[in-house]
Design a protein around this ligand. Structure first.
Ligand code: AMP
Ligand code: TRP
Length: 336
């Protein structure tokens, strides 16, 4: 029997998980567990790269663990990055195989450094700059074959492959696996308040619909979704309406989608009806997830133990890689 292919992906504990994260990435993570060896990291080292609050970081990390479990990630596949410090060690080693000029060109760095410089202290950390190299370490340390992420991560994946290639060339061996990006069917969910920008945590509260939101808030947000953006050609569907249909597809309500699309095509669609169906569809998912979370958080201690155990098991693979990498690149490797 051939060994199962390995899947790795990560998410930052920087705020509430929203429907963009779910449909764009995490829903797919759940499905992939059937077929692959999966590892999903809550990457708290990454969350330190922007101004942050230490107490909140730990709270957010656990909140995100509960959320991921509530949507169907298996506890044995879930780890916390800082419990596997070898990520940071490999990150340092890989810094020496990453081209400065390439790292400097990452668009996520450009966006986030702008956001960071607008903050109170106008401070941009070296960590934010170096973030993609740590991400490369997250992936290469487990020799991941596939990395399921949204379209926004494409550049980081390309950089990861370049780093792996340079390392392999230098040590004269195909040591690191070159990972492939796995795209979801739903690459991008837009903000309902402003369909020109993507739904995201950092854009502010009204730009994302939390997966675990209060149902009344969720319904209000969908109810007030922008449908006419004013810049649409006659006969062309506006970005806001497209996004509402996209949400129905992503949530697999194809009956609702097709029926409403028919009324759109014959010119009788009422936006209020479309919003009602979208709100009902998202609310049904939300109710299920909130109930799951309520049940599983009754025993937080049990969860803590499960995640500790999973991180410990996953760490063994990371330790093995770092040991081999140190051997290959001439670092001392005496066991104490
Ligand atoms: P982040 O919230 O930036 O840590 O992203 C976690 C995952 O969700 C990544 O794989 C992103 O590509 C994905 N993601 C975030 N926002 C969206 C969105 N609006 N639409 C689709 N995917 C998204
Ligand atoms: N950079 C990713 C994001 O912003 C999060 C991330 C960190 C990641 N390390 C990773 C994603 C490794 C996939 C694999 O969403």
């Amino acid at each position: 029997m051939s060994e199962k292919k390995r899947v790795l992906s990560c998410i930052q504990p920087t705020g509430d998980m929203h429907f963009g994260n779910y449909f764009g990435a995490v829903k797919n993570w759940v499905a992939l567990q059937e077929e692959y060896t999966c590892m999903y990291g809550v990457v708290d080292y990454h969350a330190m790269t922007m101004p942050y609050n230490p107490k909140k970081l730990r709270e957010n990390t656990w909140e995100l663990i509960y959320n991921l479990l509530a949507v169907g990630i298996k506890p044995e596949n879930l780890f916390i990055q800082s419990l596997v410090p070898e990520h940071a060690e490999l990150g340092w080693i890989l810094n020496n195989f990453a081209a400065y000029g390439r790292v400097e060109n990452m668009t996520q760095f450009k966006d986030k450094s702008q956001q960071s410089s607008k903050g109170k202290e106008g401070f941009i950390s070296v960590g934010l700059f170096d973030y993609p190299v740590l991400q490369a370490a997250d992936i290469l340390i487990y020799r991941a074959d596939y990395v399921p992420v949204g379209e926004d991560q494409k550049q980081h994946l390309e950089l990861t492959k370049e780093i792996a290639n340079r390392f392999n060339n230098q040590v004269g061996k195909e040591y690191f696996v070159l990972p492939e990006m796995l795209r979801t069917i739903t690459p991008k969910i837009m903000s309902t308040a402003d369909p020109a920008r993507k739904m995201s945590k950092s854009a502010g509260e009204k730009h994302n619909i939390s997966l675990f939101a209060d149902e009344s808030r969720l319904r209000k947000q969908v109810g007030s979704a922008v449908t006419d953006s004013g810049d649409t050609e006659p006969g062309q569907m506006s970005a806001g309406v497209q996004n509402l249909f996209e949400l129905l597809t992503a949530a697999e309500n194809s009956a609702g989608h097709d029926q409403l699309m028919e009324t759109y095509n014959n010119g009788t669609l009422k936006y209020s009806e479309l919003k009602q169906v979208v709100a009902d569809t998202l609310a049904a998912l939300n109710q299920q997830f909130v109930a799951n979370k309520k049940e599983l958080t009754q025993d937080k201690k049990a969860i803590k133990n499960q995640i500790k155990q999973a991180s410990h098991e996953i760490r063994k693979r990371a330790q093995q890689t770092v040991k081999e990498v140190k051997d290959l690149c001439g670092l001392s490797n005496i066991r104490f």
